[in-house]
Design a protein around this ligand. Structure first.
Ligand SMILES: *Cc1c(COP(=O)(O)O)cnc(C)c1O
Length: 240
């Protein structure tokens, strides 16, 4: 666990980080002519302890993101706050599907047609309400290990999700390519999202923007920002 500071010091630190991120979001929205209420902050808490999630919830955070099922599943139980919405933002592995559908409020990372049937079956079995699903889009240059469907594959995936009785097609998600400016990538994502909305008007979510590029994502229409480092501090280098 990366958090060395504990107790009220940590709460103060998280409060300061959260205030700074909220100021960035407000400035980004002002520059883009957008209402800050149209942007939801998801605190990505992977590698940080349940205590941090509780602190963030106390500070007003309502949405939390996790990318590794084993860690997430334990943390959901440990935090024990059923007002929080848990977003699964990591790569979706087949053997984790039955676990993820149980606690995820939104699945951000569906990127393969062959997984739709299993996600649908698990949602039918384990959920009382349909699972909101985002199609993860791979943006050029593709980010190895991050997954995502190429834009040309998005319509077929979207159709499969929309046809599944226990899934709800909610929009798109992407991670900006590393080592390239995020603007063109987020513009591509915005175009994919707009095409999707023409056919599925309820698919309004655009999950894009992280600690380093949230202003650019806001400029290109992101509705959900996934922010880890700027809120919680650095993670071990190998963790995505
Ligand atoms: C870890 C992670 C984030 C948060 O990234 P930061 O740069 O720490 O803000 C966002 N999205 C996904 C998919 C992640 O895995």
């Amino acid at each position: 666990m990366a958090a060395a500071v504990t107790g009220t010091d940590r709460l103060d630190q998280l409060a300061a980080n959260l205030a700074a991120v909220r100021r960035r979001i407000e400035a980004g929205c002002a520059a883009a002519g957008r209402d800050p209420a149209s942007v939801t902050l998801i605190a990505v808490t992977k590698y940080f302890p349940a205590a941090d999630v509780r602190h963030l919830a106390r500070l007003g955070v309502t949405d939390v993101g996790e990318s590794r099922d084993q860690e997430a599943r334990a943390k959901v139980v440990e935090v024990g706050d059923d007002r929080l919405r848990w977003h699964f933002v990591g790569q979706l592995q087949r053997n984790k599907i039955r676990s993820v559908v149980r606690y995820a409020a939104v699945l951000h990372s569906l990127d393969r047609l062959e997984l739709v049937g299993e996600v649908e079956a698990a949602a039918a079995r384990y959920r009382s309400l349909p699972l909101p699903v985002l199609v993860q889009v791979a943006l050029e240059p593709a980010v190895p290990g991050r997954g995502g469907a190429v834009p040309a594959a998005v319509p077929a995936l979207a159709e499969a999700v929309a046809a599944a009785a226990h899934l709800r097609l909610a929009g798109v998600m992407a991670v900006a390519p590393r080592g390239a400016p995020p603007g063109p990538a987020f513009a591509t994502l915005a175009a994919v999202a707009a095409r999707l909305r023409q056919r599925y008007p309820a698919a309004t979510m655009v999950s894009a923007g992280m600690s380093g590029d949230l202003e650019v994502a806001i400029e290109h229409g992101a509705t959900h920002l996934r922010v880890g480092t700027a809120l919680l501090g650095g993670r071990p280098a190998l963790v995505r």
